[in-house]
Structure formats: C-alpha cells, structure tokens
Design a protein around this ligand. Sequence first.
Ligand SMILES: [Zn+2]
Length: 217
Amino acid sequence: MFSPRRKRVAFRIGEDGVLEVLSPRGVPPGILAKILDLNAEAIAGLRRRAERIRSRRKAAERAYCEGETFFLMGEPVVLTLSPGRRNYCRGVLSVPPGDPDAVKAELILLYKELAHKVLPQIFQEEVRRTGCKPASLKINSAAARWGSCSRKGNVNLSWRLLQFPEAHIRHVICHELAHLAVFDHSPRFHARLEELCPGSREFRAEMLRFARTLPRL
Ligand SMILES: [Zn+2]
C-alpha cells in the first residue's frame, strides 16, 4: 500500500493474517525488502499478537448448542436445551431448544433473571458493610462497562457482571460506591476505593484477564 502523505514505512497484520506494508510513495522495492528484513523480529511479534487475538476470538465464539460452557459467578456452567421454562440448577443453564438466535435470547433472559436476584443481594451486603448511602440500584445490559454511578448516587450494574467471580462483583460494587465520595478516577478516588476494597488494583487486573476468557454473550 503506497500513500503520498505517508512519511515512513509501517507494518500491520490484516484480519486475514496477511502482512500489510504501508509505505511512502516511491520507496524502491529493494529498500522495502531491506526494511522488512531489518524489522523481521518486530513483524514476527505482530504476527504472534494477531494470532493470539484471533484464537481468543475463536474461543469466545459460541454456537448456542447443547453442552457449551458459559460462566456464572466465575464457575463454568453448561448449557442444556430442554423444553419448559428457562432455569438454572446446579451448574446447568437450561433453556428451551430453538435456533441459535432464539437460544441466545433465552440465555440472556436467564442471565438477567439471575442477575436481578443475585446482584441486589451482594450490593446490599456491600452497602451495609461499607456504610455507603447510594440512592438506587438498577441492573442494565451495558456491554462496555460493568457498572456506573451517577452524580445523584444512582448505581447501575450490568447483568454481564454475573459471569464474574463474586470477589470481582464485590470489587465493581465498591468501585461504584467509592464514586459516591469522589466522582472522578483521581488518586483520591483510588484511595477511597482501597479503603472500601483493599487490593482493588489487583482485582481490576484479574477481572480484565478473566474477561478475556469469557464467551461473547
Ligand atoms: Zn469509575
């Protein structure tokens, strides 16, 4: 790929795993080959990274069929398709059979029902333990953030949080409760969060690692 405005040669690995070379116009092929040679190690690193991302994506994909694994409070649970009302019992998520979209929709409804039962309980425990005074709690479907807190003290938690271990759920709740005292993410906020939830930075790093292993729902 040649670009008139480009000033230096750059590399990237495309979606299909093919190396793309972005070059300023007029760089002779011999020089390009030399540059590729000199950057062989960096390019190999890019390839490895692209491969890791691809395999992670593949592992996260679900067909929504019998026997697939999902996560509930950090534990693997198995999807079963059986007629009747959706329910969860002893490591089995059971929803009525159907095409993948229908099964996915039922599974999400089941997660939401469970989230409405479990998350408010844990939330209330943390409220009592910390003495914080939030205005309200709502369960939403946010995909990009596990929780949020408005300036008025209304806390939202995503039902997707229910996939994480209980310690992670408590950490997210503490994060939102810490916002009742400090609205931004300043050092003062982190000091407050650390009071409510010691080891909060490590929890966050753990959550991000765990999130990468979760199926896409
Ligand atoms: Zn925050």
